[in-house]
Design a protein around this ligand. Sequence first.
Ligand code: THU
Length: 136
Amino acid sequence: MTGAELVAYAREAMLNAYAPYSHHPVGAALLSATGDIYLGCNVENAAYGCTCCAERTALFKAISEGEREFSAIAIVGGIDGNTEKPCAPCGVCRQVLREFCDPDAFLILLGYDDGYDEYTLSELLPESFGPDNVRR
Ligand code: THU
């Protein structure tokens, strides 16, 4: 699975976004350690705060199907579906990814029309708080 292929999956996922309020569709494609792909889109709600971002949709789908290890996520989105620029994950999604993903190994690919930018989770969420910081 190349980065460009994962971004292409995220672009497909964006087509299913339910974003009648923000008009900002987002798609995500999450790659598990074993090579499976979980797609997600943002799902908005008339009670705006109930909205779920594309990244969490993909992650929660995967977790609910028994996956626990992930290697990368690609994200594509923009106002009115314009994807000229990268769409960065929100702070909540960064933290939720942190629960399951190795900050230094997990890759976040921000796709746009001409390519994608690649970061580790720790680059986008430095000095993070995770499972090891609490008693289990
Ligand atoms: N959104 C995502 O799906 N992922 C992000 O990381 C950023 C924001 C969605 C939430 C909302 O439906 C719309 O984009 C505008 O905020």
